[in-house]
Design a protein around this ligand. Structure first.
Ligand SMILES: [Fe+2]
Length: 462
């Protein structure tokens, strides 16, 4: 069993080791000797009669980490508790009764401390929720503001990040309205901040701001506010806010890296698409238009934002495999021989191989591989039919056909958008997935997508 150390102040008749408690006496409650003993003590036993309630109160305030057991007559128990005693022993008390009470108050004090520690740790653990999985700075900032508000019991909290690539500051807000928290965000053009007068909001201790810093670089700021009728923030709350700021910087840095990574991928996709279009003037913009049609269809069909982003990439790069096909074949004006057609058909597989090797996602690779499959199973490269064909690939097929029809190719003249849509409808359930054709028709009629007027500059399309 652990031996507890108890400092005895005043004329309490106990000394030495009693049932796992080591009692040591000190002459005064506030001298150097007492201070040295208190530093290492688990509890203090104080004689209320000899010291007086004020002295007991002083001990409780001066050494908050050491619980006080008062030795007091029955009629002064309440007074001892009011003075801050965690436990009381009524004389005539022997060493056993005092040791038992010391063990009880120490155990209770430790439980309270543990609970307080957990209360402090809880918000830090909640910071795990900040993981920037969706890459959305607003979500991260709103959560951070709410965690900060709860942690230091503020009425309002705002988190702001300085995203180097963004033209605006992003601000997340959490605010108590009634019993609920309202969360929101807004963006601020940095130039406008200069018009806010410095020191406009006097700091009366009810506003606290900490910088979010990572590797010495400021990445944002966190501000918490309390209503004027409430207590100012205390030192412990400000320290907690400092800790929160250090830990919360990490997801913001992650977010920044994610943003840069996505930006890099976007540029790579565009560069590859541009390379594909270089060898045929009539292809300029084809991938971009196709991708915008595909995304409009995907949105109509309820695809997630992540899937829509993949669909855009697959749309941009669906024909990347044509890099490996000779221009003589791709630009041939007349019909292809069966052998030539077999060679051109290889672009679907080659495209998937290129994208897989370049580390693009599984969906992007699958959708590019199957973008020439047909709903009736007569397509290539695998002859899949119906819903065996991945949905993204069925969408690309419709978007591709519409784009090719409306802009024309070296081997065929363009047609009007209405005619192209008519053709899609004719092939509904044969070449194309009926629901995809319907979704595209709705997107076109609602004005979500507009056929770009490549067809009207038809001259020279052959
Ligand atoms: Fe293709």
């Amino acid at each position: 069993m652990e031996t507890l150390r108890c400092v005895v102040v005043g004329t309490v008749p106990v000394a030495g080791d009693v049932e796992g408690v080591q009692f040591r006496s000190t002459g005064s409650a506030c001298g150097l000797e007492a201070a040295a003993l208190m530093w290492d003590a688990d509890a203090v036993a104080a004689d209320l009669q000899a010291l007086g309630a004020n002295e007991v109160r002083r001990l409780a305030v001066r050494y908050p980490h050491v619980p006080v057991v008062a030795v007091a007559p029955q009629e002064r128990v309440a007074e001892a508790v009011r003075a801050g005693a965690a436990g009381v022993v009524v004389p005539p008390a022997d060493g056993h009764a005092l040791a038992e009470e010391v063990r009880r108050v120490v155990a209770h004090h430790r439980r309270v401390q543990e609970a307080a520690r957990r209360e402090v740790l809880q918000p830090l653990l909640r910071l795990r929720e900040l993981a920037a999985a969706d890459g959305n700075p607003e979500t991260v900032l709103r959560r951070l503001a709410e965690i900060a508000r709860v942690t230091v019991s503020a009425d309002r909290a705002a988190a702001v990040t300085l995203c180097p690539a963004a033209a605006e500051l992003v601000v997340g807000l959490a605010e108590v309205r009634g019993v609920h928290t309202a969360e929101g965000f807004w963006t601020v053009v940095p130039g406008r901040l200069a018009s806010v007068p410095a020191g406009a909001e006097a700091d009366d201790g009810r506003t606290a701001t900490v910088a979010l810093v990572s590797a010495g670089r400021p990445v944002g700021a966190l501000t918490v506010l309390r209503h004027p009728h409430r207590e100012p923030f205390g030192p412990a709350e400000r320290e907690l806010l400092d800790v929160l700021a250090v830990v919360a910087s990490l997801p913001l840095v992650q977010l920044d890296l994610l943003h840069r990574l996505r930006e890099g991928n976007r540029r790579l996709t565009e560069a590859l698409a541009y390379a594909c279009e270089l060898h045929e003037a009539s292809l300029r913009g084809h991938s971009e238009r196709l991708a915008s049609y595909a995304v409009a269809i995907g949105r109509r069909l309820g695809l997630s934002e992540v899937q829509l982003a993949d669909l855009r990439v697959a749309g941009m790069l669906h024909d990347v495999g044509k890099i490996g096909i000779s221009d003589t074949l791709l630009l041939k004006a007349g019909p292809l021989t069966p052998e030539e057609y077999e060679t051109v058909k290889r672009h679907a597989v080659m495209g998937a191989e290129i994208l897989s090797a370049a580390g693009f996602g599984e969906d992007v690779v699958r959708w590019v591989l199957h973008h020439h499959e047909r709903w009736d199973g007569r397509g290539y490269p695998m002859g899949l039919a119906g819903e065996e064909i991945p949905l993204g690939a069925r969408i690309l097929a419709v978007a591709d056909a519409y784009e090719v029809m409306t802009t024309g190719r070296s081997y065929r003249a363009p047609v009007l958008p209405g005619q192209a849509l008519e053709e899609l409808r004719r092939q509904r359930g044969a070449q194309f997935d009926p629901q995809v054709v319907d979704a595209f028709a709705e997107a076109l009629s609602s004005g979500e997508v507009v056929a770009e007027a490549g067809w009207s500059t038809g001259e020279g399309w052959r």
